[in-house]
Ligand binder design. Structure first.
Ligand SMILES: Nc1ncnc2c1ncn2[C@@H]1O[C@H](COP(=O)(O)OP(=O)(O)OP(=O)(O)O)[C@@H](O)[C@H]1O
Ligand SMILES: [Mg+2]
Length: 707
């Protein structure tokens, strides 16, 4: 089965560069300088005032040098992040890192980068300079082939950093011999003018005014873009006249030029004034979103008696026309984004209106309800949709969580939001982030409550999924005992389910079987498939297989797969397929085992489920040994060794998995001979997860032929 959806970022050597949405103008010399510095040093920081083109220039550069980095060029945007404690996490998730590790974040980030020959771009560091500098330093020390390119309004203050200031674009008059028509600022104005008024042309009649306007705007790209969109309603002369009035007002009677950052503010302020009052209000309100957002979210969060949801739909269109909002069109539909500097302006405006609290609360409400909807729908036919959706909403979820966590009286909502999102943390590859937040939220809400009980079983679920069975057990036990105190029977059951999982991971099969059995019994009404019922069934089947009860194990799994098919649940079915492969292999049916493991693996790839994929690859290696395809097995063992490193403890630190793994290695060495094994193993160690999976799926034919 092939599911149609975009591969999530990460796992791919080529990186995650965003596309350039508009044409790029000039900057030839700056780009050449940046390239030179980047080849001479490992950290280049691009500085400059807001709107001058730092991000855009760096993005251009990144596209140009992409081919020079075999392990890709990666882009992490810290623009809307407020919590310095989440810098590592944000970068890790931009890299698409296997996020399940329970180790310190910077350690696993550095390990992930390791020997990779790659460029990491950290966009917008100025508000988190200390945190960024610390992390960058650690990474550069640990990863010899890494280069970092940062953008920031101020430098990172690292001794080996090369700081390259981005000046505004050339303006007419900088070079008296220059042809006005080819001047950079003029070109940018003309390009954006044509985008808003298609028949706009530069000619001898208007070039003088356009040149004056660009000079007025100091060659600041954002200011030029904001002015150019006004051509729909105003002539170039009118724009120049209005701006000139405004600037001279601001600069006082002396008519001296404004400092550049004030030029930009004035240009933004002017744009702002030309907006209708309702557009201004919406602009301010939209500043509560982090990154991009969808129309529905804007309609919910920003509407009230003064601004109806219907009105918002139209106003968004107007703000796009005025270049205040960018459109991002991707597989999942249209999304919108406020340009950074404009979002800051909106934020200040919102503050002045005294509506910040109200909007943050609405934003939190929206993501609370989205999380609940996702939770309810997760084990159903739209699982992939929810997976894609939550990945897209990640930045907004994060900012809503941060708000709830730092606002007195709202901390219980942080618990609720975090717990509803268990499927995002456990199933969508964000275990580490979920864990970090949950631990903080539990600390902020120390008194036993139903909300806390749920957070505790979610924490146990995450920790177990990371292979941290001791941590899983602690949280699960706490859940069970607090659940008794507050009289929450559902949490009592889930607490013991999670204790059962921890016991299984620790190899205590008897305890596991008893506790998982209880969880299954209490959930047989099929109401709650995950985490109460189906994971418990899969885990119980693993226990039964380990105990030699193969027939029972297989029939449990078949039932589980049947329920998955009926409900359209994919994520768990892939887990069940993996378990089934184990049972089939244990009963000497490697061909059937291969079929199961491959079916599961294909699904796991779509969910970017790193741990699940690694487990499936472990099984594949053992199956290939059983099928006498030893070189393939050795390649996979090499890939596994390498890829476990970034995911957490090898084989989850679970004895029953590592025993199998070690036996597989021994068997391979014995039958292939040390030398042949070693060479295949080393070759495999170069494979990333995607390549290793293709190998296991039989999609790398050349290699298979050699086996
Ligand atoms: N050389 C260029 N050619 C075309 N457009 C440009 C160029 N430089 C900047 N822009 C446009 O100008 C706007 C502002 O640029 P950008 O966002 O890169 O500024 P910035 O310096 O990163 O600002 P901030 O400090 O707010 O992050 C963007 O819309 C960008 O696409
Ligand atoms: Mg920027």
């Amino acid at each position: 089965m092939r599911l149609l959806m975009a591969t999530p970022t990460g796992w791919r050597r080529e990186g995650n560069l965003p596309a350039e949405l508009t044409s790029f103008v000039g900057r030839t010399r700056l780009l050449a300088t940046l390239k030179r510095h980047l080849s001479e040093t490992r950290l280049v920081t691009v500085t400059g005032i807001g709107g001058v083109g730092k991000s855009r220039t760096v993005l251009r550069l990144a596209h140009q040098v992409r081919a020079q980095y075999p392990d890709g060029v990666w882009f992490a945007d810290l623009g809307r992040l407020q919590d310095a404690g989440m810098v590592n996490q944000t970068i890790a998730s931009a890299l698409g890192i296997a996020d399940q590790s329970s180790r310190a974040e910077s350690e696993s980030l550095a390990e992930w980068v390791g020997e990779r020959d790659m460029l990491l771009i950290i966009d917008t560091c100025e508000h988190l300079v200390t945190g960024c500098a610390g992390l960058v330093h650690e990474l550069l020390e640990a990863a010899p082939n890494l280069k970092v390119l940062a953008t920031s309004r101020q430098s990172l203050h690292l001794p080996y950093e090369h700081v390259i200031p981005v000046p505004p674009l050339q303006v007419p008059g900088d070079d008296p011999a220059e042809n006005l028509f080819t001047n950079e600022s003029v070109q940018l104005f003309a390009a954006r003018a044509r985008a808003s008024v298609p028949d706009f042309t530069l000619d001898e009649d208007n070039i003088g005014t356009v040149a004056d306007l660009c000079r007025r705007l100091d060659g600041i790209p954002l200011a030029i873009e904001l002015a150019a969109v006004r051509l729909r309603a105003l002539s170039v002369e009118q724009i120049l006249g209005l701006l000139a009035d405004r600037f001279s007002l601001l600069a006082g009677a002396s008519r001296t030029a404004l400092p550049r950052h004030q030029t930009l503010r004035a240009a933004i302020g002017w744009s702002h004034e030309l907006c209708e009052p309702a557009e201004r209000l919406l602009w301010a309100r939209l500043s509560v979103f982090a990154g991009d957002f969808e129309l529905d979210a804007a309609r919910f969060v920003c509407s009230d008696g003064r601004l109806s949801a219907e009105r918002i739909t139209n106003l968004i269109g107007e703000l796009v026309e005025k270049s205040i909002l960018l459109i991002k069109n991707n597989d999942a539909g249209l999304r919108y984004k406020l340009i950074d500097t404009l979002a800051e302006y909106g934020e200040e405006w919102l503050d002045k209106l005294g509506q910040t609290e109200q909007m943050r609360q609405r934003h939190l409400d929206y993501y609370l309800s989205l999380a609940r909807r996702g939770e309810d729908a997760w084990s159903g036919p739209r699982q992939i949709y929810w997976f894609v959706r939550m990945r897209q909403e990640h930045d907004n979820v994060r900012i809503a969580l941060e708000y709830a966590l730092r606002t007195p009286g709202k901390q219980p909502l942080a618990l609720t939001l975090l717990s509803s999102l268990w499927f995002m943390w456990v199933c969508c590859g964000f275990a580490r982030e979920g864990r970090l937040y949950l631990e903080r939220a539990l600390e902020a809400n120390p008194h036993p409550s139903k909300e806390r009980c749920k957070a505790l079983w979610v924490l146990a679920y995450i920790r177990n999924s990371q292979g941290d069975s001791v941590g899983g057990q602690t949280a699960a036990e706490k859940c069970s005992s607090e659940a008794v105190q507050v009289g929450d029977s559902r949490a009592v059951i889930l607490g013991s389910k999670m204790q059962g999982t921890a016991a299984m991971l620790q190899g205590d099969m008897q305890k596991a079987s008893a506790l998982l059995g209880v969880a299954i019994e209490f959930n047989t009404d099929n109401k709650e498939l995950n985490p109460g019922l189906l994971p418990a069934i899969v885990e119980l089947s693993i226990v039964l297989t380990a105990q030699g009860e193969f027939y029972e194990a297989e029939s449990l799994l078949q039932d589980c797969l049947q329920v998955c098919r009926e409900r359209g649940e994919l994520w768990l079915s892939s887990h069940a397929q993996w378990a089934l492969a184990g049972t089939r292999l244990a009963t000497n049916r490697p061909e059937e085992a291969l079929q199961s493991v491959r079916e599961g693996l294909r699904i796991k790839l779509h969910f970017h489920d790193t741990l699940g994929t690694l487990l499936a690859l472990e099984s594949s290696a053992r199956i290939f040994v059983a099928l006498d395809r030893l070189p393939l097995a050795a390649l996979l063992l090499g890939a596994l060794q390498q890829n476990w490193k970034s995911a957490g403890l090898p084989q989850l630190g679970a004895p029953f998995l590592s025993d199998d793994h070690n036996a597989c290695v021994r068997e391979c060495v014995r039958r292939m001979g040390e030398l042949a094994y070693k060479s295949a193993f080393e070759e495999g160690a170069r494979f990333d997860l995607e390549e290793a999976s293709a190998l296991a799926l039989g999609e790398l034919d050349a290699l298979e032929d050699g086996s």
